[in-house]
Design a protein around this ligand. Structure first.
Ligand code: GLU
Length: 472
């Protein structure tokens, strides 16, 4: 292993270069695809509750404008730095390309630990950050559209849209300047659980592929699989929920204060309530404590789901990991060294920039909703229900038999917003999985699924740049 300090952006470049060899693009175009186009590094003062002035360090990176707007979350974390935001913005470009979401990649970060600030202070920081973005034309429904990420959620997105709208009076599309908003502020049903649900859909699709599962020596399907989840934030929570609801057993959940283990499976909602009450996931009734949280990653299981931060599985701990599949819910949880170890060990890594694309996919649906100014399903729900009722009545009168009540309600039902969002997400994840697997299958010298996913992304972004006519 190298002694260089860890650079997340360098890791992304390394994975990119590995995949670029399997594409036809010339060097210059590959360099352009890889480069971060615009980097805005800022410092601004905010007056804290005690009267002190604090200088806040923050960033917004637009990795690629091959499609507009740029898209990607904003994270609040002590660990934020320019290298990290650049890496995350790059991953957004590739992620959007893979799932055919017509955006360039962007990412933002504010270097704060949100737990150390009052709600009022957080609101001031978020609003000031937004107005800095407005001043430099780094935000807008057609320019760059932030979203939640680590340490942020609906509340912060509501502050952002409100600040933006008040600085752009009369902008009828202002709601499309940010996604992941509360429903009352222009959000879409299904955005909150989208990343976790997308991780589930993608992993389920892989687990339903006989040739993949045979190679791993695993049974088909999700049912009965033993899962370990690292992270109980929005993504980890919903991953655990969907795996459990579809018959898997979530045997361990880890957070920064420690991890809990139960061979018979944990209920994420009860654990969430326990943590809310006691301030820690430890000492959860019926479960064993694992004080050293990183040890949870090394538990024997079928699927390991890192759903927290980058660089948690690296050259040091990868040899000790016993999972057969690693489903990357977080961005960049594995280093390139870990990737190589898993190829040798025959562990299947389902890569982040496709597997966790559910969030940005539903963000795209939210943005479309904002621009169209109408809720999904509003126009056709009642029409579908009336039509289905007619068809059912006809079937009943022609056959002389009655359709059972439960079945009747199911068939009659016209799609609500949530039905359409979930169905659009399921379709997106299934087709992306098949597309990547096909690339991998057609080129057996591609070493792993991450490389196949990068090949898919590079080809799409490359085509887009070429068709833009920038490189005649
Ligand atoms: N922060 C999420 C991600 O890393 C969502 C981005 C978005 O919805 O724009 O994919």
């Amino acid at each position: 292993m190298s002694n260089q300090p860890y650079s997340f952006f360098h890791s992304v470049e390394k994975s990119f270069d590995k995949a670029a060899k399997f594409t036809k693009w010339e060097k210059g175009l590959l360099e352009q695809i890889k480069a971060c186009n615009s980097i805005y590094s800022m410092r601004f003062p905010v007056k804290m509750d005690d009267g002190r002035i604090e200088v806040i360090e923050a960033y917004r990176v637009q990795h690629s404008q091959h499609k507009s707007p740029c898209k990607g979350g904003i994270r609040f974390s002590d660990e934020v730095n320019q290298d990290e935001v650049m890496a995350l913005a790059s991953l957004m470009t590739y992620k959007c390309a893979i799932v055919n979401v017509p955006f360039g990649g962007g990412k933002g970060g504010i270097k704060i630990n949100p737990r150390k600030y009052s709600t009022y202070e957080l609101e001031k920081i978020t609003r000031r950050y937004t107005s800095e973005l407005v001043k430099k034309n780094f935000i807008g429904p057609g320019i760059d559209v932030p979203a939640p990420d680590y340490g942020t959620g609906e509340r912060e997105m509501a502050w952002i849209v409100d600040t933006y709208a008040s600085l752009k009076p009369g902008d009828i599309d202002a709601a499309g300047c940010v996604t992941g908003k509360p429903i009352s502020q222009g959000g879409v049903h299904g955005r909150k659980e989208a990343t976790g649900l997308g991780v589930f859909f993608g992993t389920r699709e892989v687990c339903n592929m006989p040739e993949v599962m045979n190679k791993l020596g695993m049974s088909l399907g999700i049912e009965g699989k033993r899962i370990v989840v690292q992270g109980m934030g929005n993504v980890g929570y919903f991953c655990a929920k969907f795996f459990r609801e579809h018959g898997a057993k979530v045997i361990a959940i880890a957070e920064y204060e420690g991890a809990v283990f139960n061979e018979n499976g944990l209920n994420e909602e009860e654990l969430f309530q326990h943590r809310k009450k006691s301030g820690s996931i430890l000492n959860f009734p019926g479960a064993t404590n694992i004080e050293k949280t990183t040890e949870a990653l090394e538990i024997e299981c079928d699927i390991l789901v890192p759903a927290a931060l980058e660089n948690v599985i690296n050259g040091n701990n990868a040899p000790r990991i016993k999972a057969k599949i690693i489903a990357e819910a977080a961005n960049g949880p594995l280093t390139p060294e870990a990737d190589e170890i898993f190829v040798q060990k025959g562990v299947l890594v389902i890569p982040d920039m496709y597997l966790n694309a559910g969030g940005v996919t539903v963000s795209y649906f939210e943005w479309l909703k904002n621009l169209s100014h109408v809720r999904y399903g509003r126009m056709e729900k009642r029409f579908t229900e009336n039509m289905n009722s007619r068809i059912l009545s006809q079937i009943e009168s022609l056959t002389g038999k009655e359709v059972a009540e439960k079945e009747r309600n199911f068939i009659k039902h016209g799609a609500d917003e949530i039905d359409l969002v979930h169905s659009g997400l399921e379709e997106t994840m299934i087709s992306a999985t098949r597309e990547i697997m096909e690339i991998w299958h057609n080129n057996p010298s591609i070493p792993d699924m991450r490389t196949a996913a990068y090949v898919s992304a590079i080809n799409k972004v490359g085509t887009s740049y070429t068709e833009l006519g920038i490189f005649p």
